[in-house]
Write a protein that binds this ligand. Sequence first.
Ligand SMILES: [Zn+2]
Ligand SMILES: [Zn+2]
Ligand SMILES: [Zn+2]
Length: 90
Amino acid sequence: MAATPSPVPNRVPHLPTAGCRPWHCLVHGVDEPEPAYVICPGCGHAYVLASDLLDAYREITDDGPLSRPADILSCPLCRHGLYPVTGIDR
Ligand SMILES: [Zn+2]
Ligand SMILES: [Zn+2]
Ligand SMILES: [Zn+2]
């Protein structure tokens, strides 16, 4: 029986499976909601709001003051580049 993607994101930490939503966050082990402001192509973490990205940046990194989410070019969690986002590629 082929697994089909769940209609709702699985927010309980789990290993990635074929039943996952398109974006499985490798950092938190959960399926991320879409649409989001930006989803990291590296770890799959979704920053749902621009402010989420800014908050994560300020909490995790020590790269100096940035005030605009658009200036944050790499994922604070895994350092993968966030742009350009070319869509779901898997
Ligand atoms: Zn998953
Ligand atoms: Zn990431
Ligand atoms: Zn995450």
